[in-house]
Design a protein around this ligand. Structure first.
Ligand code: ZN
Length: 449
């Protein structure tokens, strides 16, 4: 399989280093607000990437950090008067809950930044020792100009960066490009002890301290949204490669495109903040996954309510098919394996999920158009849907209806046989009000929800 690497801007074959496992790190959220659809896009994509690599037999360790100390969290404390613990506990548990509901279940470990203060201090101390960091009155800074590769990920050279840098009045830094590794405590801020006094880590150092501990100085995949390329990921490379003297820190940099609302990048400050929690009130998690997978991960995409409505219809069709075959015995035939192969083939080419979705939709359409299915066909379809579910998480697999539902269906059938359609429809409508649909086919009636 090949995937586009941001650093080399080329397609690269995904393979583990020296036959070892593939290590993947994805920037997690700063826990100071509810996750929005932009987060949904990034985390659904990396979930499907992880699921697919494992499906192919790759041993993958998926690590995500949780940024539980950062300027935005301090801002939130100041705005709301809430304590640091309260904000961090509330929004991290909301994040986990939303990810669970979206069926993003492939992360092996979530590392909370403040659990790694020792590792952060160790990394900063080594940067001080080899001349890449210096201390001033308000903190410890990275000496950016000393790292000549700075700018290689975002394709900017140091001169361009210097010209574009914001020069702050009374700035005590040696250079406007230098960024904070450790911020000394201001009144009211949460802080941890360090050789430079009480304070808190800068944002970029969290990630490299965590990945160095788990993966060492070099690993395979680092993912995140495109807006993290600069300065966040650029600074991570500088820190880690300056500490270790080894490069590349990461073999594949994978970035997801922006999700725009009316062509404006989704962000809270622009008031086009659509929370996943809100979306889940009207749409199935599978519909949100289908919508995200219908876009190529790297493209900038405009978010429209219509796309999620269409995705909901697709999710419902997949569900109808699932309920028709779910009672059958799964059959892994050559024919079924061929279908699965065809569905996943586009993923080999830079995770082309839109093509995979097209294949799935046409498979579902063909299967639903069959008036009668043999037990063998049902078993094959069940196998294909289960394989689709393993990689994409888009099959709405709900528990089989309660046995008492068979009685209700039987009574409705009797009404229909007697020509009492009014009573039969009344049963159908009452069930529909409860969110239970009846699907009448040539073979009989099915329930799904
Ligand atoms: Zn990060």
């Amino acid at each position: 399989m090949e995937i586009r690497d941001t650093l080399s801007n080329s397609l690269k074959k995904v393979e583990p280093r020296e036959g070892k496992r593939i290590n993947m790190f994805v920037c997690g959220p700063t826990v100071q607000d509810k996750p929005h659809m932009g987060h949904g896009r990034t985390y659904i994509f990396f979930d499907v990437l992880a699921r697919y690599l494992r499906y192919k037999g790759v041993r993958l360790f998926y690590l995500m950090n949780i940024t539980d100390i950062e300027d935005h969290i301090i801002d939130k404390m100041n705005e709301t008067g809430r304590s640091w613990e309260d904000i961090v506990t509330t929004y991290s548990s909301e994040f986990f809950d939303i990810m669970r509901r979206l069926k993003n279940n492939s992360v092996n470990y979530h590392a909370f930044a403040t659990d790694y203060i020792d590792e952060i201090i160790s990394q900063i101390s080594r940067l001080m020792k080899n001349g890449y960091a210096y201390e001033i009155t308000d903190g410890v800074y990275f000496r950016t100009r000393k790292f000549s590769d700075y700018g290689k990920l975002s394709k900017q050279n140091l001169d361009q960066l210097i010209a574009g840098a914001r020069v702050e009045v009374n700035d005590l830094k040696e250079d406007s490009l230098d960024f904070a590794l450790w911020k000394k405590k201001k009144t009211g801020e949460p802080s941890w002890p360090s050789p430079w006094g009480e304070g808190r880590p800068g944002w970029h150092i969290e990630d490299t301290a965590i990945t160095e501990l788990f993966f060492g100085p070099m690993y395979e995949i680092h993912g995140g949204a495109k807006d993290l390329i600069f300065p966040h990921h650029e600074s991570e490379i500088a820190q880690m490669e300056a500490v270790s003297g080894k490069k590349p820190m990461v073999k594949y940099w994978i970035h997801t495109g922006h999700l725009n609302v009316d062509d404006i990048k989704m962000s809270k400050s622009l008031k086009n903040f659509v929370t996943i929690e809100e979306a889940l009130k009207s749409y199935w998690p599978e519909a949100i996954r289908i919508m995200m997978l219908s876009m190529h991960y790297s493209a900038a995409v405009n978010f429209e309510e219509k796309s999620v409505r269409d995705a909901q219809m697709t999710a419902e069709r997949v569900s109808i098919l699932w309920h028709r075959v779910s009672g059958s015995v799964e059959l892994k035939s050559d024919r079924a394996m061929e279908i699965v192969k065809k569905i996943f083939a586009p993923l080999e080419d830079d995770m082309n999920t839109p093509e995979t979705m097209k294949e799935i939709i046409s498979f579902v359409k063909d299967s639903l158009s069959k008036n009668r299915m043999t037990d063998e066909e049902k078993g094959e379809i069940k196998f294909v849907l289960n394989e689709i579910e393993k990689v994409t998480g888009i099959v709405h697999i709900t528990p089989l209806p309660d046995r008492s539902m068979d009685i209700v269906l039987g009574i409705r059938d009797d009404f229909r046989k007697r020509g009492d359609y009014e009573s039969a429809d009344k049963i159908r409508d009452s069930l529909k009000e409860k969110g239970i649909m009846i699907e009448d086919t040539a073979e009989g009636s099915y329930l799904w929800w």
